[in-house]
Design a protein around this ligand. Structure first.
Ligand SMILES: *Cc1c(COP(=O)(O)O)cnc(C)c1O
Length: 355
């Protein structure tokens, strides 16, 4: 077996990789537009939304930029509880926004009460939240957070779902999420290079009032072209061929089954860690379904472990930033199956016995 347990890029099924070798065609043609319209329709099903879904060539970080640049003239509340939410805050500041921070310790979720307090102190145009902090394996309670945001006066809710969308259930419409972004290379199990964002009507209405939206990530320009089943820039054609095939596979598996598979793998890894004298970094109830971050309480040499795993064709991820060697991360997202996880944990146990 050869399998990566890292939180992106993840393994891509051979038939999906193969789909990328289809010939290029001109993108301003009916033939391309039909396929592009089809992938948007399927993406809407995965995002659980009737909102438009943009599919530009970019990565998730690009869509982080699109969100903050278009959806607030000035005031943003950035919820920060790990590396990717920290990045989103920096993206907002670098785009000239007045971003305030609502912080939680790395390893902790953003909680509704704290968000409600912050929103009482000041009116924000938008709140930015990372649903699943890939650096710490923490899932914040998005539905409850969205409820808090909706109590405010027209504040938009922007969600980075890069490491959860397609692996954990996110009810874009039901929860009233205005901007939900993700990348191709995580739970959707595609090669990197494409991003997706489900965008509400009220987001586009807001964007009309925001200056300096730029060009590449201007949501109104993207919308103008989306209506014609295209993008302002050249689309990532090879990736779209792969996307078309992969979305069919995702929908054939069934979304509920896909979410249940991810949850079962998370439960398996997290229970295993406790049985082996370790424990997840995240508190119970807030543990990620797509990437388990485990405290390295047994002092495992992560580099040596990975060398051992690589000899069997597998690899995991070390902790992120300051959490390197203090934690390690086992991602179980995309097309990873329980039998892959079983094989990984068996090898991990062999390594522990030799320590
Ligand atoms: C990976 C990741 C990103 C960055 O995505 P890119 O596609 O590499 O730009 C952003 N947010 C989260 C939560 C991630 O896991």
């Amino acid at each position: 077996m050869s399998h990566m347990f890292i939180p992106g890029p993840v393994d891509v099924d051979p038939d999906v990789l193969e789909a990328q070798t289809k010939p290029m065609i001109p993108h301003r043609t009916a033939e391309f537009e039909k396929i592009f319209r089809g992938t948007e329709a399927k993406l809407k099903q995965v995002f659980l939304t009737e909102n438009r879904v943009f599919q530009p060539p970019a990565t998730g970080s690009g869509m982080q930029e699109a969100g903050v640049r278009n959806l607030a003239q000035k005031d943003i509340l950035s919820c920060v509880n790990g590396a990717f939410s920290e990045r989103w805050y920096q993206v907002a500041v670098n785009n000239g926004k007045q971003a305030d921070r609502l912080e939680a310790t790395w390893g902790e979720p953003i909680l509704p009460d704290a968000l409600a307090d912050a929103l009482k102190k000041k009116t924000y145009e938008a709140v930015a939240i990372v649903h699943n902090e890939t650096s710490t394996g923490v899932e914040s309670p998005l539905k409850e957070l969205a409820t808090v945001v909706h109590e405010g006066p027209g504040t938009l809710i922007l969600v980075d779902a890069v490491s959860s969308l397609g692996g954990a259930k996110i009810e874009t419409d039901e929860w009233g999420l205005d901007f939900v972004l993700t990348s191709s290379q995580k739970c959707l199990a595609l090669p990197p290079g494409m991003s997706f964002a489900a965008v509400s009507d009220r987001s586009l209405t807001k964007a009309e009032t925001v200056d300096n939206r730029g060009w590449y990530f201007d949501l109104l320009r993207l919308e103008k072209h989306r209506i014609k089943n295209s993008t302002p820039m050249t689309p990532s054609m090879a990736l779209i061929w792969a996307l078309d095939v992969q979305l069919d596979k995702i929908l054939a598996e069934g979304l509920e089954k896909r979410f249940a598979r991810h949850a079962a793998m998370a439960e398996r890894v997290q229970t295993w860690s406790v049985e082996h004298g370790m424990e997840p970094l995240a508190p119970e109830g807030y543990r990620s379904k797509t990437v388990s971050t485990i405290k390295n309480t047994r002092g495992v040499d992560i580099a040596a472990l990975n060398e051992f795993l690589l000899s069997k064709g597998m690899r995991i991820a070390n902790g992120y930033g300051d959490l390197k060697n203090k934690t390690f991360r086992i991602a179980h997202m995309g097309e990873t199956q329980m039998h892959h996880v079983d094989e990984l944990l068996e090898a991990f146990e062999t390594f522990l016995k030799k320590m």
